[in-house]
Design a binder for this molecule. Structure first.
Ligand code: 5GP
Length: 174
């Protein structure tokens, strides 16, 4: 299968993804019983995963999509602001970051740090995919769908050069 200018092969079929998401949703529902979590899916890649995950969770919850800021300037407090799109107060909230894929873990560790500085009650991560390198990082997701080697994947929200987000399965570069 060709995406833009590279050949990809089927890696995780849609049925396997959905089975895994059911397990993740059941675990989250059990762990957050009695709570009202706020899901923060990180755009763009996690929009498909987030849509499937939250529809399997029967808890009172809210969802707010956020995006990494490409502008890494400092704000007056001196703290780096990495997230844009946060519309509600996160004070005392139980946050679940929804990520598509964790590679080095650098992005997520910055996000977690920023969210903790905003007075949140708890910050956990659910990632659909964790790459080999991420397993060595200090910040670890509480929920992981698939552990994979260091390979480039696309589909199910993940892109290659902007293409492939609409594919129902996950592919890997040949
Ligand atoms: P990290 O800071 O963990 O190294 O980077 C994570 C981000 O890199 C992900 O949110 C995603 O946007 C991008 N990324 C890392 N690996 C892949 C991959 O295999 N495929 C795609 N499409 N994006 C990736």
């Amino acid at each position: 299968m060709k995406l833009h200018d590279l050949e990809f092969e089927l890696f995780i079929p849609a049925a396997g993804i959905h089975e895994k998401i059911q397990q993740l949703a059941a675990q989250i529902q059990q762990d957050y019983n009695g709570k009202t979590p706020l899901f923060l899916p990180i755009l763009n890649g996690s929009f498909v995963f987030a849509a499937d995950l939250i529809r399997l969770i029967q808890l009172p919850c809210r969802v707010s999509f956020v995006k990494h800021s490409s502008y890494h300037g400092t704000i007056s407090s001196g703290k780096l602001k990495t997230l844009i799109g946060l519309s509600e107060s996160l004070f005392n909230q139980d946050i679940i970051i929804v990520e598509d894929i964790m590679d080095t873990g650098l992005t997520l560790s910055k996000v977690v740090e920023e969210l903790r500085s905003l007075g949140t009650r708890s910050v956990e991560i659910v990632t659909l995919i964790r790459k080999e390198a991420a397993r060595k990082h200090a910040v670890q997701p509480r929920y992981v769908g698939f552990d994979i080697q260091d390979e480039f994947v696309a589909g199910y929200g993940l892109d290659y050069e902007g293409f492939g987000r609409n594919l129902p399965d996950i592919y890997r570069k040949r």
